[in-house]
Design a protein around this ligand. Sequence first.
Ligand code: NAD
Ligand code: GLY
Length: 346
Amino acid sequence: MSEITVAASRPYKIHLGSGLFPELGGRLSALRRGCGVVIVSGPKVWRLYGESVERALISSGFSVLHFLHCDGEDAKTIGVYEDLMNFLCDHRIERSDLLLALGGGVTGDLCGFAAATYLRGVDYVQLPTTLLAMVDSSVGGKTALNLPGGKNQLGAFYQPLAVFADTDTLSTLPREQLLSGLGEVVKYALLKDVALFAALEQGQNPCHSAIIERCVELKKGIVQRDELDRGERQLLNLGHSFGHAVEKCSDYSIPHGIAVAIGMAMIARGANRQGLFSAGDLSRLLRLLERLGLPTDCEYDRAALLAAVEADKKRSGENITLILPRSIGHCERRSVPFAALEDYLN
Ligand code: NAD
Ligand code: GLY
């Protein structure tokens, strides 16, 4: 088991390893004793892990309730959020109580936003059960809901009290969800870590806790230097401008990290055409994505993708901030005129 401290505005520990959930009661008692706990989760994850988490907490003296949201992006809506708020209010949840996000990034984003806003802020703990949530969404305190006008348009920066990532939960993850997490793992490697990239090329198991830990360390560093996403943290949007467009064009049937992999391949080809990313590095990236089983292109019409990018929240005025790969392990932010975007996409 490893412990990583994130020295954010409010510092917290990320506990990562096998067999963590059965020990959760004792571990949580070290942070907060005998309070009320509301586990927020989705139906699939609840069926798999809800009972064991609940049992572990009750045996350590916590009084436990659970709130189940629907599966998928539909859970990150104002309607579900309102139901959750009313549930907390009806059960007289107090500021000294805790919310627990048991699930993937959807659960973490919903529960985190509820925690940030209920009674002007109650503590929450992330219990990520997808690879994507372990390496990315449970770290750094971004919480969000979607609006009809766009994904993650409503949100808050609100750091959790702690993160407990039980890597045993990855054994039940469907292949598509595993691939989605792999997209984010490759993103960290391309962004910041040549050695991680090489380890993945050499066939290191991307679900190995050493790889997950490395990704968490990389994200932790970025969050510590730029918690509020004013500069360096925007690098984490590598592959996201086109990735969000792919997600949107697929009506969210393509999982987030898989869309990010496609977006990364697209922007890397564009950077290569602009003379910014070498052919050798481009072919290493495409080969790695393909070897891991990730797609490197999509069937959507360029015009539809451009229209979706145009609506992207990262556009400011007539410019859009792109994250461009320059070499394996090194990327840069560049503001380009929207009119020039086509040069990167064609
Ligand atoms: P998800 O939360 O929708 O989970 C994917 C699917 O896997 C769901 O059907 C879920 O029920 C199932 N599942 C989860 N854990 C399982 C397990 N252990 N075994 C079997 N099934 C399991 O998807 P995700 O990829 O984890 O998260 C995507 C969301 O995260 C998006 O909404 C995205 O915007 C958000 N996100 C947030 C941040 C952030 O910093 N807050 C970062 C990246 C992504
Ligand atoms: N996943 C993007 C971020 O945390 O900033």
